[in-house]
Ligand binder design. Structure first.
Ligand SMILES: [Zn+2]
Length: 303
């Protein structure tokens, strides 16, 4: 069995306080390969699914528990910043028999099983592994690409193209009007689910402009008082969700019929099914409920 591995350095030993993906030479860390400790935990993916041990309690496997681990040379030695103490990343080949007592779970399930920190770390591991695989060849001239010597980047020596890990910013916004929240249904949502509006930022656009445009495009409402709320990496496949609150300014809701099939204003006690706790959409909705002096409604989103 061949396993492609990426290893995280130990916090405080190699790059204390410094992010690995620093784009400025001289300030960032240099990729250095270290051998994994057999006792390190490992984020091992087979396609989109994460390997976990479910008994006796859910946990990540350790390197030594994956049998016949053979590192693929071409994918070895890529690091990320030392946010977690000791973890390795790996891509398991398809159809690899799973070690006893382990199973593969969707990435979202990692949040329920292992907690938010592990979910974020697993998402980051998968994003970077996919980015490396997608940058084997230069998108401009077609030649083979290689790791940048001093930055977390890939470079084509033939034409000089340098590419960084893909991150796609998207806005997500809680629009309120007189104590009610704008909740909408995408045809892609599970049946009965509503959430706040979201959409990708377009080239040349500020985040605030993206908020104004998305809300107007999707439900024909103008907004004002756009305020930053928080953000969340969303590794499906490589989004960064940037959350905002906003206030209705003008217009009546009219769903565009494509991205949004239904939308309306809801007081907290009127909420339909809403997203589960792992997403920033839910944090925005919960924040609205708290600010309006209400506890969460009984009909919470299902996990
Ligand atoms: Zn090139």
């Amino acid at each position: 069995m061949r396993i492609s591995c990426f290893f995280l350095p130990f916090r405080g030993i190699l790059f204390p306080e410094k992010p690995f993906f620093d784009r400025h030479p001289g300030r960032g860390g240099v990729p250095i390969f270290i051998q994994p400790d057999p006792n390190e935990t490992i984020f091992a993916f087979q396609k989109d699914r994460l390997l976990v041990c479910l008994t006796p309690d859910p946990r990540l496997p350790r390197v030594r528990e994956i049998p016949a681990a053979e590192l693929a040379d071409e994918l070895t030695g890529r690091f990320s910043r030392a946010r977690s103490a000791d973890s390795a990343w790996a891509r398991l080949p398809e159809n690899t028999p799973l070690p006893e007592g382990m199973c593969l779970v969707p990435l979202r399930e990692a949040w329920n099983l292992l907690g938010e920190a592990a979910f974020l770390e697993a998402g980051r591991a998968r994003q970077i592994m996919e980015w490396i695989e997608e940058t084997n060849y230069c998108g401009r001239c077609g030649k083979k690409m290689k790791d940048h010597e001093t930055e977390g980047a890939r470079i084509c020596e033939a034409c000089g193209l340098t590419v960084y890990p893909t991150v796609s910013p998207a806005i997500i916004v809680a629009v309120e009007r007189e104590g009610k929240l704008l909740l909408a249904r995408s045809p892609h949502f599970p049946k009965g689910r509503y959430s706040v509006l979201a959409g990708f930022v377009e080239p040349g656009e500020t985040l605030e402009q993206a908020v104004e445009r998305e809300v107007f495009e999707e439900v024909s409402v103008r907004v004002k008082e756009i305020r930053y709320f928080g953000s969340q990496p969303w590794p499906f496949p490589h989004s960064l969700m940037v959350g905002f609150s906003a206030v209705w300014e003008s217009g009546e809701i009219s769903a565009d019929g494509k991205e949004i099939e239904e939308a309306g204003w809801f007081a907290p006690e009127e909420f339909p099914e809403i997203p589960p706790p792992l997403s920033i959409s839910r944090r925005l909705i919960d924040d609205f409920s708290r600010r309006h002096g209400r506890f969460l409604p009984s009909r919470e989103g299902k996990k």
